[in-house]
Design a binder for this molecule. Sequence first.
Ligand code: AHR
Length: 512
Amino acid sequence: MTSTHAAIDPRLEVARIDRRIFGGFVEHLGRHIYDGIFEPGHPSADENGFRSDVVELVRELGVSTIRYPGGNFVSGYRWEDGVGPVAERPRRLDLAWHSTETNEIGLHEFARWLELAGSDLMLAVNLGTRGTQEALDLLEYVNADADTALTRQRVANGRTAPFGVSMWCLGNEMDGPWQVGHRGADDYGKLASRTAKALRMLDPGIELVVCGSSSSGMPTFGSWERTVLEHTFDDVDFISCHSYYQELGGDAQEFLASGVDMARFIESVASIADAVAATKKSDKRIMISFDEWNVWYLHNDEGGQDDKPVEPGWPVAPRLLEDQYHALDAVVFGDLMITLLQHSDRVRSASLAQLVNVIAPIMTEPGGPAWRQTTFFPFALTSRLAGERAVRVPVTSGSFDSSRFGTVPNVNAVATIDDGTGDDAGVSLFVVNRSTTDAEALSVDIAAVAASLGRELAVVESHLLHDDDRYAANTLADPERVGVRPVPGVAVADGSLSFTLPPISWAVVRLA
Ligand code: AHR
C-alpha cells in the first residue's frame, strides 16, 4: 500500500467545462443503427421502430452531442438517399464497412431519435467522394430558414423548422489511406478551406471542425495538422483528434498508461495550432474536437492492424466491431475521461466512439435485452457528476516505468466544482489507480475548496469501479457481472477526504 497526497484547490482552474465534451458518435456501421437503436418488431420498439430500452440507457449515459452519420461511412454517403419516403430510398453499397445500406434511417429519423435520447446533432459532410456543393446542399436543407427548392423538400419530408445544427465536421479521417477519397494534407486543406468559406457564407453561425490525424501514430501526424491548419486557420473553430487504445501483448501496465498518451496527443495538437497562430500573428485559439476516442481491440498483438473486419458478401447490419469490454478496459476508459477534463481548456467537444453495439457502452440482442458494458459506468458517472469547472489536482503517488512514457504516476485525478450557494454547490473528484500491484491510500486536502464554497463538505455519493478479475465483463448471459459500488471506508475528517483505491480501479466521490 502506498500513501498518496492530493489537494483540491479552486484556484487551479483549467476551464469551465463545455458539456459537448460528453458527446457520442453514431455511425451507420454494423448493428449500430439497424438491430441496435432501430429494431421494429422488438418488444420495446415504439411506433417508429426505436427500441425504448436503448433510449433509456442512452439517457442514463448522459450523452450531450452525437456525431453522425460517420466515420468512414460518411466518405461515401449521399445524404439525399436518407430523406424522403422510406419505400423509395435506394439500397447502396457501403464501401467503408463492406455492407449494404438500406437507408431506412436518415437525417429525419435520426433527429427524431435524438429528441428521445435528449442529445444534440453534430453532422459530418462527405469530403471523400463529394465536395463543396453537396456540403452546401446539406447545410441548406438542414439549417436554412428561406423558401428554396431544398427547404421545400425538407418541409415536404415533414420538417418545417430548420434542424439548427451548429457543429459540422469537414469530412472524416482524410489522412487515412483506408478512407474513401483519402487525400494528402495540402489537397485536403485547400478543399476544407473553400468548403468552410462557402458553408459560412450560407450560415455564419455554424462551428466547423477540420480533420486532424486519425491517430498520433500516423506517419504524417504533426505535419498533417500544420499543413491543414495553414490552409484553414481562419475558416475553422476546431481540429479533430481520434485515438483508440487497447491492451497489447497482455501488458496491462502499459495499457494503463493510455491517459498519458492522450494527454500528449492533445498538448501536441494544441501546440501545433498555436504555432500556426503565431505565424499568422493571430491570438485565435483553435479548439480540439476529440471526436473519436475509446478502447478498441483493433490491432493484433504485434501492433499491426488486424484485417478489416468484414463478413463475406454485402450484408445488412452485420456484427462488426462488437468488442466486449472488461473491468480493466473500463478503468483505462475512466482515466481517458479524466484526461479530457484535465484538458477542457482546449478540448471543447469530444465524442465517445461509439454508442450501441459497435465498440459501445451499450449492447443489444435482436429480440432480446439491452445491457451496460463496463465502460458505461465511468461515462455515465462522469457525465452526471462533472460540474461547472474543472480544476487540476496535483498528486504525489507511487509510479511505474512505462516503455513509452518513462515514469508514470499511479494516481491521476481531476476535480470539478459547482460554485454557488444552493444545493447544487459541491465538488466531484475523479481518480484512477493505474498500478497493477499497489493499492493507494489517498488523503485529499479539501480545506481550500470548502472555504471557497463557504461550507463544510461531506461525502454525498461515491462509486468505485474495480474487479478482482480484471478481465470480468458484462455479457448477454451475465449482463450485471461488473458494476460500481460505494467506495469502501470513504470519509471526511479535519479538512481531509480519505479512502483507499485498490490496484486497477477508478472512482468518483461527490462532496457537498
Ligand atoms: O469508429 C470506427 C471507425 O474508426 C470510424 O469509422 C473511423 O472514423 C475510425 O477509423
